[in-house]
Design a protein around this ligand. Structure first.
Ligand code: ADP
Ligand code: ADP
Length: 238
């Protein structure tokens, strides 16, 4: 049940060694936090996993796709199985929450429908269920840009659930939120991880959040992996 297998991954930007010979295996239904200071390579590592960045060397295998040598069409297939959650939510502000969630299902539509952007009834029902799941069914028809940051991130999570992903990559998903909303969003990620058997890789820079919600913490420093431990029994000094 290995979902992510990374071996000897290196990523350079010119002279900058952003990720330095990192190896990492992640199993199904694990919530792994990539923890490190700003500039330690967390975001770059995450982006190499869905091919947003091409790796310089090393093996990157995500749900059976060899990302490091994937063709464009294989990358497209991969990205359908890999959800991405951003620090700044990346919702379409001028449309409703429900429409935003439906966008996560675009990849499942036939091309003919795609042009007209009409969704089958069962997809709208499914989108509503996901909104209900994140506690926002009441706001389904509100414009996304009228919601608070925490609410917008919950809509963004509902949008990736709509994609029915195997893996969810979250890049600093709570960095723009106050501590209370950060906790709500981390709770939600933990829940979907366990209940939907979704594998989650999440970058964070706060030790307390990592200790509170991760199954396992992978520590990065200057692009190198310096820690890889289950959070059980782990203290913040380590
Ligand atoms: P983190 O997510 O931990 O803050 P990043 O992965 O964003 O770290 O960055 C790691 C290093 O790589 C930093 O030195 C950063 O400046 C550099 N870097 C990241 N993206 C690029 C890029 N597109 N071009 C050049 N350098 C980059
Ligand atoms: P975020 O933290 O929201 O991902 P950043 O400000 O770290 O945004 O980076 C924005 C973009 O700039 C990313 O695509 C990143 O890869 C790129 N980037 C980051 N650091 C550098 C750098 N030193 N040189 C060039 N591009 C960079």
């Amino acid at each position: 049940d290995l979902v992510v297998h990374v071996n000897g991954l290196t990523k350079r930007f010119g002279n900058t060694l952003a990720v330095d010979d990192v190896s990492l295996d992640v199993h199904r239904s694990e919530l792994v936090v990539l923890l490190g200071l700003s500039g330690s390579g967390k975001s770059t590592l995450l982006r190499c996993l869905n091919g947003l960045h091409a790796s310089t060397s090393g093996v990157v295998d995500v749900v059976g796709h060899r990302v490091d040598r994937a063709s464009r069409s294989e990358l497209r297939a991969l990205r359908r199985e890999v959800g991405f959650v951003f620090q700044h939510f990346n919702l379409v502000g001028r449309i409703s929450c429900l429409e935003n969630v439906l966008l996560g299902g675009l990849g499942r539509l036939k091309c003919a429908r795609y042009g007209a952007l009409t969704y089958p009834k069962r997809m709208r029902a499914e989108a509503l269920e996901h909104l209900d799941r994140v506690g926002l069914a009441d706001l389904a028809h509100r414009r996304a840009d009228t919601l608070s940051g925490g609410q917008q991130q919950r809509v963004a999570i509902a949008r990736t659930l709509m994609q029915r992903p195997t893996v969810l990559l979250a890049d600093e998903p709570v960095a723009s939120l106050d501590p209370e909303n950060a906790g709500v969003v981390m709770d939600l990620l933990f829940q979907v991880c366990v209940e939907e058997k979704l594998t989650i890789l999440c970058t964070l820079h706060q030790v307390d959040l990592a200790l509170g919600w991760a199954h396992r913490i992978v520590g990065l420093r200057s692009g190198q992996k310096v820690l890889d431990r289950s959070t059980i029994g782990l203290t913040r000094d380590e």
